[in-house]
Design a protein around this ligand. Structure first.
Ligand code: ADP
Ligand code: ZN
Ligand code: ZN
Length: 730
């Protein structure tokens, strides 16, 4: 090696930087500094500086040292990413065919976390010194400080009920001294035996089975329990067991709006709130949680899918609640399934993973039935309440009059529920007022200029909005095509329109729309969820947001406005997804006290999904669905990968996709479909074409795709090629 004499090995290092290249880059280590694999560093990259991590593997010693750039900063107070986490990052990169640097970026989510928080000034009592003159205010201050701890000035003034000048006076007299104290004390630890509920025998048995899995190391267990069966209480015991073993626990939830209620339940069980991790927390808290997780001060995190990449010091359990939920799949950048990657993280570090759902994914159900996962079933509600009684309203026979969306049968049931002082929920998975606006005179339809979708009218905001790119425009006075006025009509209902109908029918009732896009954001949503929980609303109109894990004790009736909505898709997962969504949302009714009812408004009462829901025969539905997948060689019995080509020029993108398809290496095991226009043919001004590769279960599809794409044409002129292993939609 040419430069070996000039440069001992440990003066250069491999660093993963957050760019889409398959390898680590080599940097010089500044004199007097030392790094190990996992050390977090800042390095120059092109014209900027980026955060990266020193990685395993030899740096490239063949590069002329004069051409190497130096690491500009070593984050010496942050623990290096440990070996398990580095293996996990490499594994995720290998599985998703993403760049390891882009995966490590998901670990280094908080730049502020990398330096310790500056200490803040505080005051402390000097032993034995008394003030020259004792006043009532001074006495209160000294009494407040009897515990001997340091206080911030403002905290002390507040606690003692005095003005800051009283404290300044005591400092001047040297009764108190200025000290520096940590910006935030470590959070209090969860108490394992704070308040355990008496578990039902079924819950008890389930909790014991989970405990047993702890001694097996990397065991995965599926809790398949009906809505209200008390799955949360069961996995709380698994968390308690983890804490007993001095390990950290992570709970993944699909929706932030749910965390509020979950946090309170956790507090009731363990006496403290867990740490939260999702996109809505402030940068400061984000940094504290990140550091706390790395130092071990934070014992339990509840978070969105991104919390899977936190640098836990000693993680010992992951729970994936509502494991069937599509929100666990990240679709952009590095497409990955947090549920599947949670299983991988548990496997690498040899700890148990628990998946919980009332309507498990077909994948997890098959894994459990084939014995790869443990299976715990909870067929009854914890309260003993019966599951809701479901019926269909055939919209062909018993539908509403023109211009209305709620059938008389459903309206009657709402009336009865309202009269009894109970809550009713109307579910429609469509935000806004109307999904399509058209001109009655010329037929003009309002389409998004950047996406192949109609604009959705939002009447609260007086706007037409694209739900894919956010484009929005005011509802015009006249038709932009034929200039007629008063000819625009709203077609079909969204939740806002249902709310309008409800207000019309029940002017006295307290109605509430729960939808993620209303002004006020997540804060308002959390408040309103609480209002519903406490019985402060009579009729709730909601999107899929309300279908998820929330507990509304007073809810007795669920009306599904359009049960056919999800079935219309040509997607083979449509049946599974619709069954899950409708079972979940109707399962909100009568969870605690029983007597719940559900109505499905449908034009296809004979559809297998609708029939399975009505007969409450979940097992028959799953068996039929599993057999259909097996027969077609679809996941989980076969493997799929999507290659999506997108670009600003339609012909160019399509041509490239065809070219790529032509050079695919022939392989008996691989079936290549497409290119075809993606389900959404254009998004944000980019045309999208999709190739789908299918292969048998044991086949190494990643290797095939890697070989294919590396030998194929390279994307140019703004084209992008994105690989999605196990796409949600196939
Ligand atoms: P799931 O997550 O299975 O839908 P939850 O854990 O949310 O069910 O429980 C449903 C309801 O039953 C909650 O209100 C919960 O407090 C209550 N519950 C669960 N287990 C018990 C128990 N053993 N004793 C009393 N109440 C329980
Ligand atoms: Zn017109
Ligand atoms: Zn758009």
């Amino acid at each position: 090696m040419l430069f070996d004499d000039l440069k001992p090995k440990d003066t250069i290092a491999s660093v993963l930087v957050p760019v889409a290249v398959p390898v680590a880059y080599t940097y010089k280590v500044p004199a007097g500094q030392s790094v190990v694999p996992g050390t977090i560093v800042r390095v120059p990259l092109g014209t900027r500086e980026v955060i990266g991590a020193v990685w395993d593997g030899e740096p490239d010693a063949a590069i002329d040292p004069n051409k190497l750039k130096s690491i500009s900063h070593v984050y010496g107070t942050t623990p290096p990413l440990d070996k398990d986490l580095r293996r996990f990052v490499d594994w995720v990169a290998g599985w998703t065919l993403g760049a390891p640097g882009m995966v490590v970026r998901m670990v280094l989510r908080s730049e502020e976390a990398l330096e310790p928080e500056a200490p803040v000034p505080g005051v402390r009592r000097i032993e034995g010194v008394e003030p020259e003159r004792m006043t009532p205010a001074r006495r209160r201050v000294l009494e407040t400080m009897e515990d001997g701890f340091a206080w911030t000035k403002s905290g002390l003034a507040h606690a003692a009920g005095v003005s800051a000048s009283v404290i300044d006076g005591l400092v001047q007299q040297e009764v108190l001294e200025i000290v520096s104290m940590p910006a935030a004390p470590p959070p209090p630890r969860p108490q394992i035996d704070y308040a355990q509920k008496d578990l039902t025998p079924a819950q008890q048995a389930a909790a014991e089975k989970l405990s047993e899995s702890f001694d097996k190391g990397a065991a995965v267990t599926l809790i398949d329990g009906v809505t209200g069966s008390g799955k949360t209480e069961v996995y709380f015991e698994a968390i308690a067991e983890t804490l007993r073993r001095d390990k950290q626990a992570l709970v993944l939830l699909p929706e932030i709006a749910l965390t509020e209620q979950f946090l309170r339940r956790f507090e009731q069980r363990f006496g403290v709130y867990p740490a939260e991790w999702h996109s809505e927390i402030t940068p400061k808290n984000r940094a504290r949680v990140w550091r706390g997780v790395a130092s071990g001060d934070v014992r339990v995190v509840i978070g969105a899918r991104s919390s899977l990449f936190l640098p836990f010091k000693e993680l010992g359990l992951i729970i994936v609640d509502e494991e069937h939920d599509a929100a666990f799949k990240q679709d952009d950048r590095v497409p990955y399934s947090a549920r599947d990657m949670a299983v991988v993280r548990g496997h690498i570090s040899r700890f148990p993973v628990v998946l919980a759902s009332a309507t498990p994914s077909i994948e997890s159900r098959v894994n459990a039935e084939q014995g790869r996962y443990g299976l715990v079933e909870l067929p009854d509600r914890a309260s003993g309440a019966a599951l809701p009684d479901l019926s269909a309203i055939d919209m062909r026979l018993d539908g509403p009059e023109q211009g209305r969306w709620l059938a008389p049968g459903l309206v009657g049931a709402i009336k009865e529920t309202y009269a009894n002082g109970d809550q009713a929920l109307l579910f429609l998975n469509r935000r806004g007022y109307a999904p399509l606006t058209l001109c009655r005179t010329c037929g003009h339809r309002f389409q998004c200029p950047h996406c192949s979708t109609w604009l959705v009218e939002h009447r609260f905001q007086k706007k037409l909005v694209c739900h894919h790119c956010g484009h929005n425009e005011r509802v015009p006075e006249s038709c932009p095509s034929c200039q007629s006025t008063n000819t625009l009509v709203a077609c079909g209902p969204g939740v806002e329109r249902i709310a309008e109908e409800v207000s019309d029918l029940f002017p006295q009732a307290r109605t509430l729309v729960l939808s993620s896009d209303l002004p006020g954001g997540p804060e308002r949503l959390k408040r309103e969820m609480k209002v519903v929980e406490e019985g402060g609303a009579d009729i709730i109109i909601g999107t899929q947001l309300v279908a998820k894990g929330h507990n509304f004790p007073k809810l007795k009736l669920v009306g599904v406005v359009d049960a056919d909505l999800g079935l219309a898709h040509g997607d083979p997962r449509a049946a599974e997804k619709t069954f899950q969504l409708l079972a979940q949302v109707t399962g909100r009714a009568g969870r605690v006290a029983g007597g719940g009812k559900g109505f499905l408004q449908t034009y296809s009462a004979d559809h297998p999904v609708i029939k399975a829901l009505l007969s409450n025969d979940k097992h028959a539905f799953y068996q039929a669905e599993i057999e259909a997948r097996r027969a077609a060689g679809l996941p989980p019995f076969g493997r799929l990968a999507a290659v999506v080509i997108s670009g600003p020029d339609r012909n160019f993108a399509e041509g490239f996709a065809r070219q790529l398809a032509r050079v695919a290496p022939p392989d008996q095991a691989v079936t290549l479909l497409g290119p075809a226009e993606a389900a959404l043919a254009m998004v944000r001004g980019r045309y999208r074409f999709r190739l789908l590769a299918m292969a048998p279960k044991q086949y190494d599809l990643q290797s095939y795709i890697r070989g294919w794409l590396s030998s194929g044409p390279k994307p140019t002129k703004g084209l992008r090629v994105q690989i999605d292993i196990d796409p949600q939609h196939f």
